[in-house]
Design a protein around this ligand. Structure first.
Ligand code: GRG
Length: 301
């Protein structure tokens, strides 16, 4: 599909969207009192990051006929939620990580209490931000979008997935079905919620929303399969450089359960399944989403 649209430059598209999103995020969480709390929120939120979810939110909105301005507040909100999930995931009571986005993790810089609270504040701010700053969208769509997003990140989505993940640590006989369940909830749900939110705000029909939901589900799972493959490669290449921590020692991964070659084949199949969901849309408008799925499949970090 990409070859029929040689004029579409994913690099330029990403750069333009990342720029718009970073500016909007900076303005959304300006420094106030309590200063330390806002510093902690901004430290993690503005630390870089690929901004895949906010870009997907805008691309989904544009695909169904909406505009960037309709989705920019929602795009900021999903990045706030993604960032808070990373802050909490890095805590000593969860993954206990020292580095995130190439910088010391929030709890290393601000202490555990402030890291927890910065995460809580970003979660609340996200919903406040969509409700207060979404423009040009009828209120019933905003309410529906907020409800969808909340469902995808709560106990039926990301939080539930994290609990499944924690409970499976150290268990040697995790099945492929269980691994898929963990990733569909923990990683794909955030991607799904993001795409649905963008499509709802953009005024997509039920059928269009369902197609985007399926696209995001395949792409989210794909992202995680590739993560597992990259972790596996990293853990052997960087052995000794990760403070003695084997990145995949105590958790089930796709390469562990099906081997690296089969994992790569599975990733290719997920990419094709994702792209198939876009076949009914205008190919020009679908080009950024096709490129996002390709990026998820072939990224190197
Ligand atoms: C969402 C309410 C709520 C609570 C959080 C801690 C937790 C509950 C969930 C963990 C979710 C998690 C950290 C999933 C991993 C998702 C993932 C693939 C992260 C890596 O994302 P990238 O590669 O990172 O997009 P950058 O830094 O580029 O944004």
């Amino acid at each position: 599909m990409e070859s029929s649209y040689p004029t579409f430059s994913f690099k330029n598209y990403m750069a333009q969207k990342v720029n718009a999103i970073n500016q909007a995020l900076d303005a959304a969480v300006s420094l106030k009192e309590p200063r330390k709390l806002y510093e902690a929120m901004r430290y993690s939120l503005l630390a870089g990051g690929k901004r895949v979810c906010p870009i997907l939110c805008i691309a989904a909105c544009e695909l169904v006929g909406g505009t960037e301005s309709m989705a920019i507040a929602a795009a900021c909100a999903v990045e706030m939620i993604h960032t808070m999930s990373l802050i909490h995931d890095d805590l000593p009571c969860m993954d206990n990580d020292d580095l995130r986005r190439g910088k010391p993790t929030s709890h290393k810089v601000f202490g555990e209490a402030l890291a927890v609270l910065a995460g809580d504040a970003l979660l609340a701010k996200a919903f406040e931000h969509i409700a207060a700053f979404t423009v040009g969208v009828p209120p019933e769509r905003i309410v529906r979008g907020i409800g969808e997003l909340a469902r995808f990140i709560g106990p039926e989505g990301v939080v539930g997935g994290q609990v499944f993940d924690i409970s499976s640590k150290g268990i040697s006989d995790v099945t492929l079905e269980h691994l898929e369940l963990i990733h569909l909830r923990k990683t794909a749900a955030m991607v799904e919620g993001t795409a649905v939110l963008g499509a709802v705000l953009g005024g997509g029909s039920d059928e269009e929303i369902e197609r985007l939901r399926a696209f995001a589900r395949y792409t989210g799972l794909l992202y995680q399969v590739v993560d597992d493959i990259l972790d596996m490669t990293k853990s052997s290449v960087e052995l000794g450089k990760t403070a003695g921590k084997d990145l995949v020692a105590d958790k089930a991964t796709y390469p562990k359960l099906m081997g690296i070659e089969k994992s790569r084949e599975f990733a290719e199949k997920l990419k094709d399944d994702a792209r198939d969901q876009l076949s009914g849309f205008d190919p020009e408008k679908a080009a950024p989403l096709v490129a996002l799925a390709n990026y998820a499949a072939h990224r190197s970090n």
